[in-house]
Ligand binder design. Structure first.
Ligand code: AMP
Ligand code: GLY
Length: 428
């Protein structure tokens, strides 16, 4: 098979690395890719949001399957356009992608499907939004309806802060049009996890759960980022909780989306809050998480390409998955200053030494090759990944690989996996 992966991050490096192991693969392309991806795929200089360029490339090169990494091309309708040309694609249609593009749509789908989620209201009028806040009291969460680069969620500890958030979003438009409509919801307490399932339009096949670390610094301090590290499996998502998530949050949603005329196909990423064994949905994303994808690919033992192809073709019944028993962990190395402003073009050395460590592998997120040198080009730059028979062992291997890398302009958290490590130390 000839396969094209769309994207250039750590998630796409992990996808390419896993797909490259498939016996079904003849040629793997990645658009646009990065300095790590070019070791496993042929990188093509077409941007991930250049939908017409991507469709033309897929047609000209008789691509058998396109795998879409990030949300932006999905929301732009890349799947619809590829499929109109007869090209099989792993990812949801533009209509189904509204699940991530609009929080109001997502909450209405949950209500129709009976999915457990925080009580909410949708507003286009600031006074009505404030009445809702007065009625429900704080803590309360104010969210932009549209995508706001991961910043459109404000957790408010008192009513004044919530009124301010409403004025910022709707009056001052600090998130632009994304805040023309807002969602206000009940604050949920508990521990967060991410759950992933493959969907073929009708059927759902569970993958695994992972736990991300969104805050920039150790101890979950500092500003929120795209994710500074993750591990899988996670003790918070016991097999029983994973079953509950499939029954209450995945299967009913998929049925409702099909009934509403926007069947879902691709990977469904469900963000949940778990409290006292009960999972409640925070959000759905229409793609693999980044960096959660890196740990899923490290644990996934059976043929990844075969499974993604079956999801794209509506044949998930044919697939059984096989996983490594071990825990996988990824630590993100980011440019100093991220998620604020940071320098680009700094030199990273010794990635080969990190890759030489047994059960470790470095996924590139924001890099480019310049002759023999690897340069940092993004905020999140590397995803250093390791496996071990326990979370503590996975953490030891992963940080050994981190420490092998020589990049004075980078930083990372030193405590990825701390909740699970604490549980392991306590023996529970
Ligand atoms: P979202 O993009 O909606 O997942 O929100 C981003 C982050 O905000 C989540 O990962 C949670 O940490 C937090 N969050 C969102 N909604 C709630 C809620 N209803 N209660 C508590 N925390 C929330
Ligand atoms: N790591 C969280 C996300 O991909 O949205």
């Amino acid at each position: 098979m000839k396969v094209l992966v769309i994207g250039s991050g750590g998630r796409e490096h992990a996808l390419c690395w896993a797909i490259a192991k498939s016996e079904k693969l003849s040629t793997l392309y990645c658009a646009p890719g990065n300095a790590g991806i070019k070791d496993v795929a042929e990188c093509v200089d077409i941007g991930a949001e250049d939908v017409d360029g991507l469709v033309a490339f897929a047609k000209d090169n008789a691509i058998d399957l396109v795998v879409v990494g990030p949300e932006a091309p999905l929301v732009l309708g890349v799947v619809d356009k590829l499929e109109a040309e007869g090209i099989k694609t792993f990812g949801p249609s533009a209509a189904a992608s509204v699940l991530e593009g609009s929080k109001g749509f997502m909450k209405d789908m949950c209500a129709k499907a009976g999915v457990p989620t925080a009580a909410y209201g949708r507003f286009t009028d600031a006074d009505q939004a404030k009445d809702f806040i007065r009625k429900h009291g704080a803590p309360i969460v104010v969210k932009t309806d549209g995508l706001a680069a991961g910043k459109g969620v404000i957790i408010c500890q008192n009513e004044e802060a919530a009124f301010r958030a409403v004025d910022d979003m709707m009056g001052d438009k600090i998130f632009g049009d994304a805040g023309s409509e807002i969602v206000i919801e009940e604050f949920l307490d508990g521990e967060e996890c991410s759950f992933f399932a493959l969907i073929d339009g009708e059927r759902a096949l569970p993958l695994a759960a992972a736990q991300d670390h969104k805050a920039a610094f150790d101890g979950d301090k500092g500003p929120n980022t795209g994710g500074m590290g993750a591990y899988s499996p996670t003790p918070i998502a016991t097999p029983d909780i994973c079953d509950k998530i499939m029954e209450t949050a995945i299967t009913p949603l998929i049925k409702t989306m099909a009934a509403e005329g926007c069947p879902y196909k691709g990977v469904l990423f469900c963000g949940l809050m778990v409290k006292e064994g009960i999972p409640t949905v925070l959000e759905y994303n229409i793609r693999f998480g980044d960096p959660e994808c890196q740990v899923l690919m490290m644990r996934w033992k059976s043929d990844v390409l075969e499974a993604l192809q079956a999801a794209a073709e509506g044949r998930l019944d044919d697939i059984t998955l096989d996983w490594h028993d071990e825990t996988a962990m990824v630590v993100v190395m980011a440019a100093k200053g991220y998620p604020g402003s940071y320098k680009k073009g700094t030199v990273i050395k010794n990635i080969d030494q990190a890759n030489a460590i047994e059960k470790a592998y470095v996924f590139h997120a924001g890099t480019k090759a310049d002759g023999n040198e690897i340069l940092a080009t993004g905020g999140r730059v590397l995803g250093v990944t390791g496996r071990g028979t326990s979370v503590i062992e996975a953490q030891t291997t992963t940080y050994q690989a981190v420490d092998a890398i020589d990049w004075s302009e980078g930083f990372c958290r030193r405590d990825i996996g701390w909740r699970a490590v604490e549980r392991e130390r306590l023996g529970s």
